[in-house]
Design a protein around this ligand. Sequence first.
Ligand SMILES: Nc1nc2c(ncn2[C@@H]2O[C@H](COP(=O)(O)OP(=O)(O)O)[C@@H](O)[C@H]2O)c(=O)[nH]1
Length: 491
Amino acid sequence: MKEKNPWHTPVTIIITVIGVIAIVALVTVAVLQNMPLLQKYKYGIVLDAGSSHTSLYIYEWPAEKDNNTGRVEQKHSCTVDGPGISSYASAPPKAGESLRACMREAEEWVPKKRHHETPLYLGATAGMRLLDMENKVVSDKVFEAVKGALEKSPFSYQGARLLKGQEEGAFGWVTVNYLDDRLKQGLETTGALDLGGASTQISFVSDNYDGSESPSNSVTFRLYGNDYTLYTHSFLCYGKDQAQRIRLAEHTQSGPKIVADPCSHPGYSETKKYSVLYDSPCVSDRKPQGAPETFDHTGTGNFQECQEVVKKVFNFTKCKYSQCSFNGVFQPILQGPFGAFSAYYFVMDFLNLTDTSITLEDVKEKLKLYCATPWSQIVQQHPKTKPKYLAEYCFSGTYILTLLIDGYNFTSVSYSDIRFIKKIKGSDAGWTLGYMLNLTNMIPAEAPDTPPLPYAGYVSIVTIIAVLIFILFLVSVRPLWPHCSKQQQIV
Ligand SMILES: Nc1nc2c(ncn2[C@@H]2O[C@H](COP(=O)(O)OP(=O)(O)O)[C@@H](O)[C@H]2O)c(=O)[nH]1
């Protein structure tokens, strides 16, 4: 007689099928629910309206990490043709028009469906600060022109404004430390040294600075659960272009027809207009009376003498604080490391002096040789470099060393704590990224909660538990199993 196989009872079959379906469903739901979404990105655009030129930066971050945990990276940058927006004082509408080509480029780089939700900001720095001091009506017109141009774009325009020097310094510091992952991990921070054309910024955290001395130099942040009291100062007129004017103003106090300049190469000669040299609030009050219309700017290429004239740009006499950098400005004891970017990098990179492990004496020796090189040889060796930049590297290198050593008090030891940088992990060092991170609340005050397990670990655990449940289920229905002994295999 045929004994009925207990596995073939309808109840057992139904229970088994339901059990298997339930386990598969459990694993599927858990995995799908927690699976990373297909990588989609969000974007932000910042225009840096500097004194010498405007740059547009497009930033990108994973869309599903909108809860401040995603990494923001620079996707693209575009340099606006022509000078900085402050140079359009006599024709403000052209300042708006000048942005058009880069804005079109941005439209191509940012996916069309993201255009309307992509925030667009413009921040103007020292060039516009000077124009604002000189003629507020005109600077307002320039802002109106750029606002008009940006409002027409398909992006979510969030405003065009003048950045305070303190903001420029602080956001540069945020950028450097964000890109270096120092904020999220609560590591010792890197100071930021930014050299522009019209202003220069120094920002760092020092154990000796709690903001009580010279509070106007302090900015406090709470980022990823850590408190920072940042020292920051922006020196208006101490960017390299304005410092060059101050120095030449020193040379031309008596309104001479010929200026023999130790910071220009021997054999260099250029006819310049007094009206152009003195056309800046940084020097306008020093314009010599009865000067001729032009002067011949000639070079002697003497580094030591250049250092002496550059030092005169700084005032070291007065300090009402415990310690100062220059011009009576408080500065706490330097605490490194430091990242030096913008014109610091352009100049030191050109001069092959970005390696700060070489001694300061060697750096000065190299600069001395460079300054003494005849102009004809310099032009011959660098046919592709803009003559405007080429003519100024001797001055700019000397200015950078003087600013760092005499101005900020870097020593031959702490000089090696400086890194001359252009980019960090593919993103330009500068204030723009820090500015956008701040305005989009991308850096939380508190450290975001991290999931207790990484995704792969989570999937493994769910699968193992499901398999265990299945085995338990099989064991629990064991009484219904067919018996394996020979006698029971009667079919
Ligand atoms: N050598 C060199 N200098 C540059 C280059 N781009 C900009 N600069 C100079 O670097 C300085 C900084 O420019 P910018 O950012 O416009 O100045 P800011 O408005 O004060 O921030 C100016 O003196 C520019 O002339 C470059 O590619 N090479």
